[in-house]
Design a protein around this ligand. Structure first.
Ligand code: NI
Length: 145
């Protein structure tokens, strides 16, 4: 027998918040340039839109990130401006404005950018920027702008 509840479950609360967010976001045109203005910190992805269970995030990169991997998902990098690299243990990929690259699930990677680079990430809701490791770079998740 299930436990009797007289309060909404966390799942119901998060579904309610999500629906509210969806209504709020309906008909909203996202201008990437304007959204990028709102981002002050490096390595702190901000959510701008959702597509089913996937989120579009903007992030400004500068310097070196930490080695990490995402055990459950691929991760898309779409470079909006600037240049960056993604290091893997056995290779490195150079990306510049207009490039789209998918980091495969489970592969250790380390993004870096010599000077500021603006990127759109596409990944499932709930993905943490430092993947399975906790570090000074670990940013709060699901922060909208
Ligand atoms: Ni990653």
């Amino acid at each position: 027998m299930g436990q009797q509840r007289d309060y909404p479950s966390p799942t119901l609360i998060s579904r309610y918040l999500r629906e509210t967010k969806r209504k709020e976001m309906q008909d909203q045109v996202n201008n990437l340039t304007e959204k990028l203005w709102q981002i002050k910190e490096h390595w702190s992805p901000r959510v701008i839109a959702e597509l089913n269970d996937y989120q579009f995030k903007l992030v400004k990169l500068q310097g070196e990130f930490v080695w990490h991997s995402h055990p459950d998902t691929d991760e898309a990098f779409f470079v909006l401006s600037g240049e960056m690299k993604i290091l893997f243990r056995d290779r490195e990929i150079s990306l510049s404005e207009g490039d789209l690259f998918i980091v495969p699930k489970g592969q250790e990677h380390k993004p870096l950018a010599d000077s500021e680079c603006h990127v759109m990430l596409v990944e499932p809701r709930g993905v943490v920027n430092t993947g399975s490791i906790e570090s000074n770079f670990t940013a709060p998740n699901d922060v909208w702008i």
